[in-house]
Design a protein around this ligand. Sequence first.
Ligand code: ADP
Ligand code: CIR
Length: 347
Amino acid sequence: MVDECSPSSTRPARPLHLTVDVYEQLKDKITPNGFTLERAIQSGVDNPDSGVGLYAGDEECYSVFGPLFDAVIEDYHGGYKPSDKHVSDLDAAKLKGTVDPEGKYVLSTRIRVGRNIRGLGLSPGCSRAQRREVESLVTKGLANLKGDLAGKYFPLNGMSEADRKQLVADHFLFKKGDRFLESAGANRDWPEGRGIFHNNEKTFLVWVNEEDQMRIISMQSGGDAKQVFERLVRGISAIEEQVKAAGREFAHNDHLGYIHSCPTNCGTGMRASVHVQLPKVGAHPNFKKWCAKLRLQPRGIHGEHSESDGGVYDLSNKERLGKSEVQLVQTMIDGVNTLIAAEKALA
Ligand code: ADP
Ligand code: CIR
């Protein structure tokens, strides 16, 4: 059932999925890991300006609270139905073209995916012991990576404030979760169990125990999305091998793809972004409309909920579920090139 929230001055009307019926049906249910409906909706209750307002504390939330998660997923992911199947495709050779071939507009390209390990709680619902187990398992695996993927793990606990700030300013490291993640319970015991792994060049990075247990990231200067994707795919596969060697597996199913704490990330968990200079297009009153039409999500250059700086925007694929990784990187490449053409036309 879908009703309309009453419009307020601070937020647009949008479908309400937590109806009285759904609440009554789910309010006393609990997952095997002990996660409740109350905890899943806490972020949305505390933050009425949430875009989604729902988090999973474990993989089972998606089935135990299915009537709510299914409705939110169908709404966010463009009509994705409970019977739909998600197909992954990580073949970098299929990508066509590159972003900004003239090299005039794109400053850098970054592609990240999220991964979580089956049986260990997601960030809003994991125990302290589970979080430590994730850190130990993941960092042991990362220590075995070879070649250009080899690097070092830097725990947040004990990192100097100057180093931390520099890594954040250089777009490599996450900040403490925002008010949405705080209410969701994802910041508990901060900074314990969290950290960042990176190779020497800082082109391959893994965030440990942030919003998801792992955020696997490939990034570099310029617009060679194919090279960034190719490195990411090798990284994912090397990490999966390590996870399997430890007798574990990624949380995944044929319907939701890779399971994430936020239902917006299910499927590929992938965000392929560029930092791109578009001062004229970005200032145009139709900018957001154009992005929506091109299936792009604009962000500021200091991460989600930040503002643009000097006409530079973070543009990425908006969708993550029901389309493959290759399709979504291609959406980003094609959409950004369209906006670069518009920028030239406005000049
Ligand atoms: P996520 O992509 O992991 O959902 P954020 O939007 O918060 O999270 O971005 C995390 C960090 O990555 C921020 O510092 C952001 O500026 C940086 N970032 C995102 N895209 C790019 C890019 N194309 N080039 C350089 N840094 C980027
Ligand atoms: C919201 O509902 O607005 C926040 N919980 C964030 C939703 C987007 N999810 C995300 O960036 N992972």
